[in-house]
Design a protein around this ligand. Structure first.
Ligand code: 5AD
Length: 337
């Protein structure tokens, strides 16, 4: 079968083999992107969802070899936002038009189960706003309580489906534990997001195929796929940046398999290339909203210094950006359909 026929088959059956995905990853992107765009149009419509992300602490207990926030990095100034600061930041985002806030941080045990609960409950009082949490691996009871408090979604990427690579890059945890967290979150009724990086050392096209198939197996509602970008203060400083074309192809294949999933054009992709993933089936974009003094310090991977604009200005810009592609701006919370 040629790749076009394989792509048509995947759309029809929502199923693919590792070999089929590898063959598409090796091939030309033209038909792939065209079909991913169409599938997105058919299943998700033309509305792009905007998400406000509050990166509220860059303290982290983890040793992820690729990440600038890793515990061992002493060249970084650490910060924590207070619960009041987080809630008033969410209020600003809400007033600027956002209907989802993502609360993201390093794995920081300073924010106990109850502190996070209080933040969730206070944000929910602001109005009809969805809360996505991204605070890493926690106990089942933490996840359960936050869900009862009203948290809607949870992001925790599997990062790589190769357990050997995973365990090498995450000496503080294990692949099994990661997958266990993802399954718990699904079970608790969160709209759950996973995702992975393109270009991690040791990764092959087969690994990427398995990454995509793992998203399918987990039936995630959201999936973030971005290129790996080496950070100078980490063990992987001398590795090369992941391919943005391969990233876009992986997004497109994910769209063919997980038709209604929310697929962001990831910040890492925006940083590493001028193209975005809307051409390849993405339908979500995120914008940081925490104060600029903190944004600089949330240094997961190097990125250019940004001009300091207000939340409302940035929201307007991203809306214009979306419209410039002939797409629409969603005014809903953008839940999984
Ligand atoms: N390059 C690209 N993405 C990275 N992430 C962490 N470090 C890097 C890096 N060096 C991604 C991971 C993580 C998310 C918050 O950022 O996928 O889940």
């Amino acid at each position: 079968m040629d790749n076009r026929a394989v792509i048509d088959k995947i759309i029809k059956t929502s199923d693919a083999s590792v070999e089929e995905i590898v063959s598409i990853l090796k091939g030309s992107e033209d038909y792939l992107f065209e079909m991913a765009y169409r599938v997105r149009q058919e299943y998700c419509g033309d509305a792009v969802h905007l998400r406000a992300i509050i990166e509220f602490s860059n303290y982290c207990r983890c040793d992820c070899l690729y990440c600038g926030l890793q515990r061992l990095n002493r060249n970084i100034q650490r910060y924590r936002m207070s619960p009041d600061e987080i809630v008033s930041n969410a209020k600003e985002a809400y007033q600027a038009g956002y209907r989802t806030v993502i609360l993201q941080s390093g794995e920081d045990s300073y924010y106990t189960r109850d502190i996070i609960s209080g933040i969730i409950r206070d944000i929910k009082k602001l109005g009809d706003i969805a809360i996505t949490l991204g605070v890493g691996e926690r106990e089942y009871d933490d996840y359960a309580q936050w869900r009862r408090d009203g948290a809607d979604r949870y992001l925790i990427k599997h990062e790589t489906a190769d357990s050997e690579i995973y365990n090498r890059l995450h000496p503080h945890s294990s692949f099994e534990r990661r997958i266990e967290c993802l399954r718990w979150l699904k079970e608790l009724g969160y709209q759950t997001g996973s995702g992975f990086m393109i270009g991690l050392p040791g990764q092959t096209l087969e690994t990427i195929a398995k990454d995509i198939l793992l998203l399918k197996e987990l039936e995630v509602e959201m999936a973030g796929i971005g290129p790996f970008i080496p950070h100078p203060d980490t063990q992987l400083r001398d590795e090369s940046t992941g391919s943005s074309l391969l990233t876009l192809k992986a997004v497109a294949i994910t769209r063919l398999l997980l038709k209604r999933s929310h697929l962001p054009t990831t910040t890492a992709l925006e940083v590493s290339t001028k193209t975005n993933a809307f051409c390849a089936g993405a339908n979500v974009i995120m914008r940081k909203v925490e104060p600029h003094s903190y944004r600089r310090l949330y240094d997961i991977y190097p990125r250019p210094k940004a001009l300091e604009k207000t939340i409302a200005q940035e929201r307007k810009e991203v809306e214009d950006f979306i419209k410039s592609f002939g797409l629409e701006v969603s005014d809903s919370r953008g839940d999984y359909i």
